[in-house]
Ligand binder design. Structure first.
Ligand code: NAD
Length: 459
């Protein structure tokens, strides 16, 4: 049985039966049997179902936000924000799917009879979608919405830390008109995920850590299955000395501590130009101290617990390692006593790249701030990472920011903003941050395969 635990209280909320090889085999077979008919369903019907799903989601927003907060500890205002922002993704996919997968005639020859060359996009078939818990609505829907719209069947395994939200999504999709066989939730943790990969699937779309992503890629490599990986990051932000340090500090506190730092694109390391470093750090520490940590169901709470208990130790080790190597603790640094997996918002300065806190994904409310002399040093440090998800530059000068960001090897570049995802732009990681892209037209096309048609009326 899978125990759903409230990370703020450590109480068991629910116990759920997990899928195993035999239930997975049955679900995969029914998905495969239903997929072709779904692909033949007029696109207008599939669009209508997803539109209705959006309406249902918004009408149930309050209760869904409470479930999300209870099972993974996200502050209630942030859970609500995630649900509200789902509409932007839904609208994007509703608006762009038809043109993204429309036939393309690329040649109408002049000969007799003329040769016509045409590209037609076909669904991949049965897609295993294995998802993370930190933004379960966003990361899940980046795959299942375009997959359903383009005529695929989806076996959706939400994270074991966000299963109730995953089951709620299934219920609403079915209610909206997506057949039960076409979207099937899978309940369980890593073992269930592994067993899912062994089924007769056509593709895997995964969101989670680099270490799991790599295992998944290795597991399906012999079958040459299509794999899409959205993985972790160690995202940098660089604050130039041509702007007011207070404004950048406020923005970056939000980027570092939103969702208790458990965002794939959370700001995980900050570089600041030496001339303004003192003022920037003072403003940053002050803004961090003002954050309210506590019961995530309380409307005032800014920082809730971590979703996973073992991560407390990861953060403790990063703090201890940094201090042993000469860092200065400006704020926080400890887990909180009492029930719940709470860790104090933590700011470390005098850090460097010998320290784990500047190299390894923290995925918690902890940040290192390092002083740099100039843009060249900042670029070198921003690129000194195994990851490549996002990078931010705070500067008054757009040309300067674009020059710097153009030299950083990351999938997303932010000027005077951070920790942001847009349905209109491709979401993709480089190096250990992933393979392929979700969102944007590229993310829709990732769920179909082109067939090349060579057509001539006679030989
Ligand atoms: P995780 O890798 O621990 O788990 C992700 C999913 O994989 C879960 O559903 C889990 O049950 C499953 N799983 C675990 N082992 C498996 C195996 N051997 N085979 C198949 N499935 C398996 O990650 P997490 O803790 O859920 O999420 C946090 C990580 O996800 C962070 O690294 C974060 O940066 C990353 N993330 C990335 C993005 C992105 O878009 N790039 C978005 C959200 C989260």
């Amino acid at each position: 049985m899978l125990k759903v635990i409230n990370p703020a209280t450590e109480h068991v909320v629910r116990e759920l039966a997990e899928d195993d090889s035999s239930t997975l085999a049955r679900k995969t077979a029914t998905a495969r049997a239903a997929q072709r008919a779904w692909a033949r369903t007029p696109l207008a019907n599939r669009l209508a179902a997803v539109r209705r799903f959006g309406e249902l989601l918004q009408s149930r927003r309050e209760s869904l936000a409470k479930i999300l907060t209870t099972e993974m500890g996200k502050p209630i205002r942030q859970s609500r924000n995630e649900l509200t922002a789902m509409q932007g993704r839904i609208d994007f996919f509703l608006e762009h799917t038809e043109t993204a997968i429309a036939d393309e005639v690329v040649l109408l020859g002049a000969g007799t009879p003329p040769m016509e060359e045409r590209i037609r996009y076909e669904p991949l078939g049965v897609i295993a979608s294995i998802s993370a818990w930190n933004y379960p609505y966003f990361v899940g829907s980046n795959v299942y919405l375009p997959a359903i719209l383009t005529g695929n069947a989806v076996l959706y395994k939400p994270s074991e830390f966000a299963t109730l939200s995953g089951l709620a999504v299934a219920e609403l999709l079915h209610q909206a008109g997506v057949p039960d066989e076409i979207f099937q939730p899978i309940v369980g943790g890593g073992d269930t995920g592994r067993a899912l990969l062994a089924q007769e699937i056509d593709a895997v779309c995964f969101t989670g850590s680099y270490s799991t992503g790599r295992k998944i890629a290795e597991a399906v490599a012999p079958r040459l299955l299509r794999v899409q990986l959205e993985l972790g990051g160690k995202d940098p932000a660089y604050v130039c000395d041509d702007l007011h340090p207070g404004a950048a500090a406020t923005a970056l506190v939000e980027g570092a501590f939103y969702n208790a730092g458990q965002s794939c694109c959370a700001v995980e390391r900050i570089y600041v130009q030496r001339r303004i470093a003192g003022d920037f750090i003072a403003a940053f520490v002050e803004a961090t101290r003002a954050l309210i940590m506590g019961n995530p169901l309380d409307e005032r709470t800014d920082v809730g617990p971590l979703a996973r208990q073992p991560q407390l130790e990861v953060l403790e080790c990063q703090v201890a390692d940094a201090l042993a190597r000469g860092a200065q603790l400006e704020l926080g640094g400890r887990r909180c006593s009492g029930p719940g997996y709470f860790f104090e918002p933590t700011v470390l300065t005098r850090v460097n790249h010998d320290m784990a806190v500047m190299r390894e994904e923290s995925f918690g409310p902890i940040i290192g701030i390092q002083e740099v002399a100039d843009d060249a040093e900042a670029i070198g440090l921003m690129n000194d990472t195994e990851y490549g998800l996002t990078a931010a530059v705070y500067s008054r000068d757009r040309a300067r920011a674009e020059r710097i960001l153009g030299q950083v090897n990351a999938g997303s570049a932010y000027w005077n903003c951070c920790d942001r995802v847009s349905p209109r732009l491709p979401w993709s990681g480089r190096k250990h941050s992933g393979l392929g892209a979700t969102l944007s037209v590229a993310g829709i096309r990732a769920l179909v395969q082109p067939k090349a048609w060579h057509l001539r009326s006679s030989c």
